[in-house]
Design a protein around this ligand. Structure first.
Ligand code: NAP
Length: 215
């Protein structure tokens, strides 16, 4: 059992929190207003001993943290948590999106990724990029017609990547290691392809990427 802080009790945070709790982990949501009705509802739906607290308390209490905040929040929300998260595995589920008239697009990616920016904001943490490449519905249930969908993870710390791999499998995905944290430039673009196909490509939200192998 791992104590997991989920920073951001939105759709992604709740989807992952529910799966982690069902797998036997102890979930604490980090919220700016942990007593808010919406947050209490997320805690109640998660069950299995889940609770909510201020982000700093959740960061202090956890062994592993998952960042499930809007990209626009990370620059201000993360630095106050840096000390509490130093030395811990931090899984970054965000995508560095910006709004445009045509819909969301990536705001970075050729020479730096959101994952690397999160690492810079949390210099002592062991950041792993994961849980960003499919919609939240695919995190609630990652199995499609009997096959596990794929979830890539990448990071510079081998032990943190191994921790993330275990949690990805606990959620129900096939975990595939994609290399160092700089590979987040690729997985964030991969997430953008999912968003593009879901919202502009006519696929809707109830699908996910999988891997096919021969032999
Ligand atoms: N939605 C998806 O299907 C999906 C899939 C993959 C990855 N992602 C990525 O995952 C991240 C989370 O997505 P989401 O849709 O779950 O997020 P969201 O609902 O927009 O936000 C999650 C939570 O973050 C907190 N928050 C919002 N604005 C904040 C601010 N300015 N400062 C601090 N906290 C703030 C809020 O909790 P409190 O008010 O309780 O603090 C909110 O409930 C995003 O970066 C997104 O790109 C999303």
């Amino acid at each position: 059992m791992t104590d997991i802080a989920i920073l951001g009790p939105g759709p992604v945070g709740e989807a992952l929190g529910g799966r982690f709790a069902a797998a036997g982990h102890r979930v604490i949501y980090g919220s700016r207003d942990p007593g808010a009705e919406a947050v209490r509802a997320v805690v109640a739906r998660t069950g299995d001993g889940a609770r909510a607290a201020a982000p700093i308390a959740a960061a202090q209490a956890c062994e592993v943290a998952v960042i499930a905040l809007p990209w626009g929040a990370v620059e201000t929300a993360l630095p106050p948590l840096a000390e509490a998260l130093a030395g811990k595995t931090v899984i970054d589920a965000t995508n560095p999106l910006r709004a445009t008239p045509a819909g969301p697009e990536l705001s970075m990616g050729f020479d730096v990724s959101g994952g690397e920016r999160v690492q810079a904001l949390l210099p002592g943490a062991r950041v792993v990029k994961a849980f960003n490449t499919t919609g939240w519905g695919g995190m609630v249930d990652p199995v499609f017609e009997g096959r596990r969908s794929v979830m890539f993870h990448c990071g510079d710390d081998a032990a943190a990547c191994e921790t993330a791999r275990g949690l990805i499998e606990d959620v129900g995905f096939e975990a595939v290691h994609a290399g160092p944290l700089s590979a987040a430039r690729l997985t964030e673009a991969h997430a953008m392809l999912w968003i593009h196909l879901a919202y502009r490509g006519g696929q809707g939200r109830d699908w996910a990427f999988g891997l096919l192998r021969r032999g």
